[in-house]
Design a protein around this ligand. Structure first.
Ligand code: THU
Length: 139
């Protein structure tokens, strides 16, 4: 199945890179792309969208999640985050919580750099002891 994984990763990287080129990041000049594979084998891309009112800016991951939800997807099977430089760009704390809403412990998170490095981690390593729906539902 290594072949399928490679194909999947390539598609996510291509989509994230495409979205990254459209990032609106005139304040940080830090252009990020993200792409999600959902449970229906659909792909969804996103980029960061900043705002002159700085706190209103949105991360690339949030954009990809919105695209997934709008398309009817409900589960993040894999998510890739494309960094604008040669360091990995791990999702911020707020995005980890946003991802948690639609992911599980085994969800694969791929981090990609401009020079072709890739690191893949399970979501549980990024957000242990996650707060989620199970914590607010009755027994
Ligand atoms: N950013 C993302 O889009 N995703 C991340 O994982 C980290 C940070 C954005 C937010 C802001 O527009 C810019 O990168 C600098 O923080």
């Amino acid at each position: 199945m290594a072949h399928n994984l490679t194909v999947e990763y390539s598609m996510l990287l291509a989509l994230a890179t495409k979205a990254q080129k459209n990032a609106h990041a005139p304040y940080s000049n830090f252009h990020v792309g993200a792409a999600i594979l959902d449970e229906n084998a659909q792909h969804h891309g996103g980029c960061n969208v900043e705002n002159a009112a700085y706190p209103l800016g949105q991360c690339a991951e949030a954009g990809a999640i919105s695209a997934m939800i709008a398309s009817g997807g409900k589960q993040i099977k894999q998510i890739l985050i494309a960094s604008p430089n040669n360091d990995f760009c791990p999702p911020c704390g707020g995005c980890r919580q946003k991802i948690a809403e639609f992911a599980n412990a085994q969800t694969e998170v791929h981090l990609a750099t401009q020079d072709g490095q890739i690191k893949t981690v399970k979501f549980e390593t990024l957000l242990p002891l996650a707060f989620g729906f199970d914590k607010i539902s009755e027994d």
